[in-house]
Design a protein around this ligand. Structure first.
Ligand code: SF4
Ligand code: MG
Length: 317
């Protein structure tokens, strides 16, 4: 039995028009301790929303986020709180997460002081430690966010998240807004932190090069469903789902490390009114009659490789 960090089986319906929330449809995902799971898909497919649900920011409508063996939504208040601290989210735009009127020291120490993780008298050393872990020079801790570069701000943001001692980081396009050279540094930092602090990651990104580099396993999302899930080499060498194949074939292999994928041919249908059956059927080159009616079930086609496509039920030719 794998040592699970989280086991997710949920649905999220839209109560009202919420601009940043997308419906999630019977999403299931298992994340092992110490693993980096890349979550990929076109924008609007629900990957940020799933990240937020897993991080405990949005509760699912149905289903569960089993967090280290317990259903997070059924925890008593104090434990729910601890679970919320244990999962931290690192967003794309670090400025939005940093209070412009607080110094870096105040930003990093605020939550640990509130939650009693550090005494006031030990705050300086505590802040220096976490800034150092995030590769930020502690001698700059009296500055304000606007005095920093984008890369420095993201390091502060990482230090702030680490300072509440999480075991799981949900990174939502965390390097997308940074210059390419800084991106590589921050990705390396995430990998170092994984070793040093035993972290588990969900890495939400639309950058296939980044995902290939950083992930152990990859989940491909399309219109609120995970359509394929596999070890990283299997996704990049033996993609099974026609949507995954389309995503990868749009990008010449040699460009993968530098480029984001171009959108797959055809419009992404409205997530509010997704196509019946297989959500991908209006854009799929292999569409069959049953695809328009029947939702394909995710099946294991090779060890650890799951795909939700009716083609997998067809006899091989
Ligand atoms: Fe294409 Fe049908 Fe497979 Fe969907 S189920 S990806 S429409 S072949
Ligand atoms: Mg997003």
């Amino acid at each position: 039995k794998p040592d699970l960090a989280a086991k997710i089986a949920l649905r999220l319906r839209l109560a009202k028009a919420q601009p940043v929330v997308h419906a999630l449809d019977d999403v299931s995902l298992r994340i092992r301790k110490g693993e980096v799971v890349g979550l990929v898909g076109e924008s609007g497919c629900g990957k940020s929303t799933l990240g937020r649900v897993i991080a405990g920011i949005i509760p699912p409508t149905d289903g569960q986020v089993i967090w280290q063996g317990v259903d997070r939504n059924n925890l008593k208040a104090a434990k729910r709180h601890a679970a919320a601290l244990a999962t931290q989210m690192i967003f794309q735009n670090p400025m939005a997460a940093l209070n412009p009127r607080m110094t870096i020291e105040e930003i990093v120490s605020e939550a640990p002081l509130t939650h009693g993780l550090v005494k006031k008298s030990e705050r300086q050393a505590y802040v220096d430690h976490y800034l150092g872990l995030a590769g930020f020079d502690p001698s700059m801790k009296n500055r304000y966010p606007h005095q920093l570069s984008g890369g420095q701000r993201q390091r502060v943001n990482i230090a702030r998240a680490l300072a509440v001692q999480p075991s799981f980081l949900v990174c939502d396009e965390s390097v997308a807004a940074l210059d390419v050279s800084i991106q590589a540094q921050v990705i390396n930092l995430f990998m170092e932190l994984r070793e040093r602090l035993d972290l588990t990651y969900l890495f939400v990104s639309h950058d296939l090069g980044v995902v290939e580099h950083i992930s152990d396993r990859v989940a491909i999302m399309y219109l609120g469903r995970i359509v394929e899930e596999a070890p990283v080499e299997a996704i990049f060498r033996h993609a099974n789902h026609p949507y995954t194949q389309a995503l990868l074939s749009e990008v010449p292999r040699i460009e993968l490390t530098k480029r984001r994928f171009k959108p797959v041919k055809g419009e992404l249908p409205s997530p509010l009114n997704p196509p019946k059956g297989c959500h991908f059927h209006p854009r799929c080159p292999f569409v069959m009659d049953r695809c328009r009616i029947e939702v394909p079930v995710k099946r294991e086609i090779a060890p650890g490789h799951l795909s939700a496509c009716h083609l997998n039920d067809m006899p091989a030719i």
